[in-house]
Design a protein around this ligand. Structure first.
Ligand code: AMP
Length: 223
């Protein structure tokens, strides 16, 4: 039996828990996790030309220009065949990016099957991101209050020293939220108009949120 690919877009403000949930959705549904934020941080870490160009936008909480992000996206999208589709985390963030994604998926005979909006109020976003600690080596994410590492300041997975991401500082968080409201929130209308949008409350334990998300994704597969 040939099953159709499943492509999921995960929308939501910074700090909604997209990264954590996207990894789990990818593992559960056998999808390729594509996080443009992670890909950009990798490039910054390597000190590549792309990373150097992207870093100043990221530090200010602004969007990296579309053409830089698009190159990475295309490489990643074609990097692993044989998986059942993708979960896009942090992409698209603008209408132009949504159009590009439609075009790329159409070339592969695919489309956005479900766009899940993880809803979290602004104050909660600031509280969550302020307590976030990230591993610069393996990308694992912790939270001082809700998901602390076993040993203070040390990654459970790889033992590296945890850090506060430059863009998790409060003034940058406010800027990222403003960018999100202006550029990314209009995508809710776009996907809503196509009948592929599912709204999922982002509050509760990660497990509770995951179960809601998984239901929404299954709904997308059945459509
Ligand atoms: P994230 O980890 O998804 O919150 O992304 C961190 C930062 O990377 C954002 O604040 C942007 O500066 C940049 N970034 C990530 N994804 C994109 C995208 N699709 N378009 C433009 N900039 C992006």
């Amino acid at each position: 039996m040939v099953t159709r690919a499943l492509d999921v877009v995960l929308l939501g403000p910074p700090g909604a828990g997209k990264g954590t949930q996207a990894k789990r959705l990818a593992a559960t549904f056998n999808l390729l996790h594509i996080s443009t934020g992670d890909l950009l941080r990798e490039e910054v870490g390597k000190g590549s030309e792309l990373g150097q160009q992207a870093a100043s936008y990221m530090q200010k909480g602004e969007l990296v220009p579309d053409d830089l992000v698009a190159k990475m996206l295309v490489t990643r999208l074609h990097s692993q065949q044989g998986l059942a589709g993708c979960v896009f985390d942090g992409y698209p963030r603008t209408r132009a990016q949504a159009e590009l994604l439609d075009g790329l998926l159409a070339e592969l005979g695919r489309r956005v099957d479900v766009a899940v909006y993880l809803e979290v109020p602004d104050d909660e976003v600031v509280a969550r991101l302020g307590g976030r600690r990230s591993c610069p080596s393996c990308g694992a994410v912790y939270h001082l209050r809700t998901q602390p590492p076993a040993r203070d300041g040390v990654c459970d997975v790889c033992g590296s020293q945890l850090v506060v991401r430059e863009d998790d500082k409060e003034e940058v968080i406010r800027q990222r939220l403003a960018v999100y409201r202006t550029h990314t929130e209009p995508l809710l209308e776009l996907y809503g108009g196509r009948g592929v949008l599912a709204r999922v409350p982002g509050q509760g334990t990660p497990e509770e949120v995951f179960l809601r998300l998984a239901d929404a994704v299954r709904g997308g597969r059945e459509r």
